[in-house]
Design a protein around this ligand. Structure first.
Ligand code: PSU
Ligand code: MN
Length: 313
């Protein structure tokens, strides 16, 4: 395991460091969803709720972000609310970390940057809403999220609700295969599409209990396999939004982005915000429900992974 830099630029909250040192379960949480994925004040309320859900299920939450140039694993309540209310927070993927630190800036970390920092801290399980992926039209614009490449490199199990259909889901799954990333359906062989439980794509691997997921994650660690795993947890059925309605809204959001010339790292935040606008906020309730659901599963899995690996000779 690479050693964290010793000069104070990488700070693991003492309670989290102690939990990791004694093999107690910790769940990493990302922060671009706070700074760029949800509007104020739902962003803060959701971040607080998700931390509570992790605690209720018996694990410690470690929200990861860059605050005033320091890479932080685990935020205090004050740090979390400061991050959520900052208008100047950047969006940092792994490649942005050095620049953000050098100018002592504050940033939400994407799935890619969060995985990298979680692995460095020794956290094995990470909960988020949706991952970045291959954008529609990638054959022309090459827009493939660094999340997929990081999944091939950092050894963290990421629990998400699949990928939004703002993305090209078949191509996203192809890139994950190329990167050597196992994709496991939780209670399903259907890859979920964030607001709906089925994208139409079929997964080979499926687990039905937190214990089965933990056994798979523990095997990955025991075998010393590189890279992460993606666990796809369909959103609770009561919160699913009609697919035909969401398809039309997403198509409109994608067209609006194209006509405004929005691309690069601004594209995903623009699309997420536009979908909230176009659904009159209804998509937010689904988003909050699925993150909560993922955090709960992640905490249960992390607890069992800790037991499995403690029993490894
Ligand atoms: N997808 C969502 N919600 C999100 C994101 C993606 O449904 O909040 C955020 C995550 O932080 C993810 C990032 O890592 O967007 C991906 O950005 P990009 O496509 O620029 O790599
Ligand atoms: Mn991109």
């Amino acid at each position: 395991m690479p050693q964290p830099p010793a000069d104070g630029l990488f700070q693991v909250d003492p309670e989290i460091a102690a939990a990791l040192a004694t093999g107690r379960p910790v769940v990493a949480l990302e922060s671009t969803i706070i700074t760029h994925g949800m509007p104020w004040p739902e962003n803060l309320q959701t971040a607080q709720l998700v931390e509570q859900v992790v605690r209720n299920a018996g694990a410690l939450p470690a929200t990861i972000a860059v605050l005033d140039g320091v890479l932080r694993v685990g935020l205090t309540a004050a740090q979390l609310s400061d991050l959520a209310s900052r208008k100047d927070a950047a969006k940092a993927s792994r490649r942005d970390l050095a620049a953000v630190v050098a100018r002592k800036a504050t940033a939400g970390t994407t799935v890619a940057a969060t995985m990298f920092l979680a692995a460095r801290a020794g956290i094995k399980v990470f909960a988020t809403g949706g991952i970045g992926g291959v954008h529609r039209g990638a054959e022309g614009n090459f827009d493939i999220s660094a999340d997929l490449i990081e999944l091939g490199q950092s050894r963290v199990a990421v629990i998400c609700a699949g990928a939004k259909s703002i993305l090209d889901i078949p191509k996203t799954l192809e890139v994950l295969e190329t990167q050597g990333v196992a994709v496991i359906g939780y209670g399903t062989h259907a890859f979920p599409a964030f607001y709906s439980s089925d994208s139409g794509e079929t997964l080979e691997h499926r687990c039905d209990t937190p214990g089965e997921l933990a056994a798979l994650i523990a095997a990955h660690h025991r075998l010393d396999l590189p890279g992460g795993m993606l666990i796809a947890n369909p959103l609770p059925a009561a919160h699913a939004l009609p697919r035909s309605e969401m398809d039309a809204i997403i198509a409109r959001a994608v067209a609006d982005a194209a006509s405004l010339g929005i691309g690069g790292k601004a594209l995903t935040p623009y699309l997420l915000g536009r979908i909230v606008e176009l659904t009159g906020g209804r998509s937010l309730a689904a988003n909050i429900a699925l993150i909560r659901n993922n955090a709960d599963l992640a905490a249960r899995v992390a607890a069992r992974v800790a037991v499995e690996l403690a029993n490894t000779p």
